[in-house]
Write a protein that binds this ligand. Structure first.
Ligand SMILES: Nc1nc2c(c(=O)[nH]1)N[C@H]1C(S)=C(S)[C@@H](COP(=O)(O)OP(=O)(O)OC[C@H]3O[C@@H](n4cnc5c(=O)[nH]c(N)nc54)[C@H](O)[C@@H]3O)O[C@H]1N2
Ligand SMILES: Nc1nc2c(c(=O)[nH]1)N[C@H]1C(S)=C(S)[C@@H](COP(=O)(O)OP(=O)(O)OC[C@H]3O[C@@H](n4cnc5c(=O)[nH]c(N)nc54)[C@H](O)[C@@H]3O)O[C@H]1N2
Ligand code: SF4
Ligand SMILES: [Mo]
Length: 747
């Protein structure tokens, strides 16, 4: 495989316009890159560069991409507004002497920070990290990153090497997908699913906690194709998304009760004898134990109706349709995981095709994520063995990113004294925001933030560093919604003085005096290493090949009709039993229930906070990314309004709340003010609000002041959707009279 093929010329954008730099007109050229936002679709993108001005003047979907097929979502269609935004961070900055840490108003950042050179920034950071490591031990340094870019290099390469060598605490990256990952690993041992293209062949499609239209639009054309051929689309989501409005049926399940629904469906399937006995015999493990569990009264349709708020007849009809329609496919996404019982919910939903043998049909199965199919060489990129060379001489402790508030305010031995944030905006996206911000405001915490913008997190930094967007860096990328590897070629020079994650951490390592040659490696070296793999599905995916053809399909095993049918037979499973596991002995060994069982969330659920709140994602932002871009704000404004609390008219009437009233939304963790929107998009008892930038909210608070640091049952994930609140008409502040924090917040 390629080790040194990434010669400088191929990436230096010289005028000979190497393989993938196709000429269009003499005045422009077109570069293939990949959208590296945290989205399943990983679109192929063509960027057009005006050679006169050296600016990217147009971006569009690459029509040659077999899945993303030439169109981009609304967010990235307007990506140039972000890239060339006047608010881009263009050079390193330092907190001015004497300025206390805290949230800033937009535009005030330059009063609190002053420009410095990269040399000064790197010297300051290296000196402070060294001093903190010497005084408190290296584990008192915490890196915090997630998926600002999902490119192999940008997501995790030189940065990981740096923190491994430093001996810094390791970060358990649980904020998004870890519950579902643990769940599918327990049932299947490996996480692959049907190709997105195969959805076109389905006759029944369940979008289960999956907002296809808002979050992963490129599955939609395949769903539409299937529907033209007679397929039905059923959406299971408490919230009436656009996907739900366009579906054949919308089942507005009570949040957090998906385990009960999936087990209720199994109950009906077994009661009515609709299971695939041959498949169960040949391919699964623990069926008898599961049958005993699901055939109890707890999972009879009448009881499941009470738990889920779905009529018993609807549950029975769904179960029968699912078991008898072939092919039947489930797109399960992250919506069902973000609750205390979320790992189990993903397990239970994941078991449905084991019961009906849906995997045997092209166009059947269940798709969670396709990322596990990729075999990029992350060990080479990240070099965990460098921890041995750190002052610790051993593996460092691990802190859970979904409990950042706790890490910054409660963890000791050692306490966290330095926080280094990149690829993430935890001041807005992490749960239990009040604790997170209390921690970030500590004077004795040294904080560095590397980002493209002055985010809520950057407001709390000692040093802020500018990072490039995906148009400004080279990378290579897989996907979590399809099976193509793609090269991303830099379409433009980095804006201002911004430096990529790879450059930043390589240079910082040298300032720290780390002698290992790996810290001198370039992006070109790392691209070759990422692709240096013996993985059987990566055949032919070399740097040379990607330069000829920037999108290459994984060499998935196919049958003689060319179909990819994972789990169609027993050879596929990578569990301890070598079968699809209804019953998991390894979960039992960890002291967990080996079988799925529904459990309600332990969130306080009394008269003081009776409403369930979904702290949802915006359709036109990417988590908190784009929340500051006027074009994207306008699109959200047109969708549901900015700073909106969606509430059912009956819940509003009970509280004397009218359309557009300012309301206080509170629970025992915090409170925020929003504008009421009375709507049937949410069912009775459920309200919804949107994740965004705190400092752009009317009262400076984000939705995560209300969410908790409780973790999911599997995988240690965040429980964003397991939040209860009360809502009252907002009255201007009075002295709180109650000792109850919720009452006090609402008084
Ligand atoms: N436009 C846009 N696209 C995005 C993102 C974004 O912020 N904006 N984020 C990206 C990221 S990081 C991710 S992880 C993916 C996530 O993509 P999805 O998995 O689709 O994620 P969510 O929007 O979190 O949840 C999906 C749906 O689940 C519903 N839901 C909430 N609670 C429950 C429940 O208890 N049961 C059921 N059945 N449904 C429930 C929500 O109302 C929501 O409509 O999207 C990616 N794409
Ligand atoms: N209430 C609530 N909270 C949530 C969620 C929810 O649905 N509801 N969703 C959760 C989920 S699923 C996720 S995945 C997390 C997402 O959390 P994050 O991964 O923190 O996502 P973003 O808010 O998009 O922040 C990414 C940041 O990385 C920056 N960035 C982009 N490219 C680069 C780069 O090359 N280098 C550097 N250094 N920075 C870069 C961007 O400018 C942006 O500020 O949020 C979680 N939080
Ligand atoms: S955010 Fe997703 S859908 Fe939009 S361009 Fe990027 S990969 Fe494609
Ligand atoms: Mo996510």
């Amino acid at each position: 495989m390629t080790t040194n093929g990434a010669g400088a010329t191929a990436f230096s954008h010289d005028e000979d316009g190497k393989q993938s730099l196709a000429e269009t007109t003499p005045r422009t050229r077109v570069v293939h890159t990949t959208c590296s936002l945290d989205c399943p679709d990983s679109c192929g993108v063509l960027a057009t560069i005006d050679l006169g001005t050296n600016r990217v003047v147009r971006i569009a979907g690459d029509p040659a991409h077999p899945v993303t097929r030439g169109f981009l979502c609304g967010k990235v269609t307007r990506y140039l507004d972000r890239v060339y935004s006047p608010d881009r961070l263009l050079y390193p900055m330092r907190r001015r002497a004497g300025v206390a840490k805290g949230s800033l108003k937009p535009g005030e950042e330059h009063l609190a920070f002053e420009r410095i050179s990269w040399d000064e920034a790197l010297d300051t950071i290296a000196a402070r990290l060294q001093q903190i490591s010497d005084t408190h031990g290296p584990e008192s340094i915490l890196p915090y990153s997630y998926a600002g870019t999902i490119g192999q290099l940008g997501y995790g390469s030189m940065d990981r090497r740096f923190f491994h060598r430093l001996g810094a605490s390791q970060l358990d990256r649980t904020i998004c997908a870890s519950a579902g990952t643990a769940a599918f690993n327990s049932v299947y041992g490996v996480r692959v699913g049907p190709e997105p293209q195969s959805f076109a062949h389905a006759k029944l499609i369940l979008a289960w906690g999956a907002n296809l239209h808002g979050n992963s639009i490129h599955l939609w054309p395949f769903v539409e194709q299937a529907r033209r051929n007679g397929a039905r689309l059923v959406v299971i989501d408490p919230y009436q998304t656009k996907t739900a409005r366009l579906a054949d049926q919308h089942i507005a399940i009570r949040p957090g009760t998906d385990t009960a629904l999936a087990m209720g469906m199994m109950h009906v399937i077994l009661r009515d004898g609709l299971e695939d006995r041959d498949y169960i015999r040949d391919c699964t493990h623990g069926f008898g134990a599961l049958r005993d569990r699901v055939m109890t009264a707890d999972y009879a349709p009448e009881q499941v109706a009470i738990t889920t708020g779905i009529d018993a007849e609807v549950i029975v009809a769904l179960a029968r349709a699912y078991a008898t329609t072939k092919p039947a496919v489930i797109r399960v996404n992250y919506g069902i995981q973000r609750t205390d019982n979320g790992g189990t919910a993903a397990r239970a939903v994941g078991m449905l095709p084991l019961m009906t043998g849906a995997w045997k049909h092209h166009g059947g199965g269940v798709m969670l994520s396709t990322s596990n199919a990729f075999g990029f060489n992350s060990a080479k990129l990240q070099m965990p063995e460098l921890m041995r060379a750190s002052p610790l001489g051993r593996d460092a402790r691990t802190l859970n990113m979904s409990q950042l508030g706790e890490a910054l305010t409660q963890v000791d031995d050692p306490a966290v004294h330095a926080l280094f944030v990149y690829n993430s905006n935890p001041a807005a996206v992490a749960p239990n925001q009040s604790a997170v911000l209390r921690g970030m405001r500590r004077d004795d915490l040294f904080t560095v933030v590397h980002d493209c913008f002055f985010t809520d997190t950057a407001d709390h930094a000692d040093i802020v560093l500018p990072s490039p967007s995906f148009l400004e860096q080279d990378d290579v990328q897989g996907a979590y919604g399809h099976y193509f590897a793609q090269l991303s070629l830099r379409a433009m020079e980095p804006m201002g003085e911004s430096r990529s994650n790879v450059r930043l951490f390589g240079q910082l390592a040298q300032r720290m005096g780390f002698p290992e040659p790996c810290f001198r490696e370039t992006e070109e070296d790392l691209l070759a290493q990422a692709l240096d793999t013996q993985h059987p599905w990566h055949q032919g995916i070399t740097l040379e090949a990607l330069k000829q053809q920037p999108m290459i399909a994984l060499t998935l095993p196919r049958n003689d009709r060319g179909e990819f049918l994972p789990f169609a037979d027993a050879t596929w499973f990578r569990t301890p039993s070598g079968r699809g596991e209804f019953y998991s002995a390894s979960l039992q060994q960890q002291g967990l229930d080996p079988l799925p069982a529904y459990a309600p969330t332990p969130e306080r659920n009394d008269a003081t906070q009776p409403l369930r709140m979904l702290a949802r994602k915006a359709d036109h932002w990417m988590n908190s990314t784009f929340a500051n871009i006027p074009q994207h704000r306008n699109m959200e404004q047109a969708r549901i309004g900015l700073g909106t609390l969606e509430i059912h008219p009956d819940d509003a009437a009970e509280r004397n709340i009218a359309q557009d009233d300012t309301v206080a939304v509170a629970n025992d963790r915090g409170s925020l003010n929003l504008t009421a929107s009375l709507t049937h998009r949410v069912p009775r008892g459920t309200v919804a609000a949107t994740l965004g930038w705190n400092k752009l909210a009317a009262d400076g608070n984000g939705v995560n002041v209300l969410t908790s640091e409780r973790l999911t049952d599997l995988g240690g994930g965040a429980t964003f959707y397991a939040t209860n609140v009360e809502v009252r008409l907002h009255t201007t502040a009075t002295t709180p009279t109650s000792s109850d924090p919720v009452e006090a917040a609402l008084a």
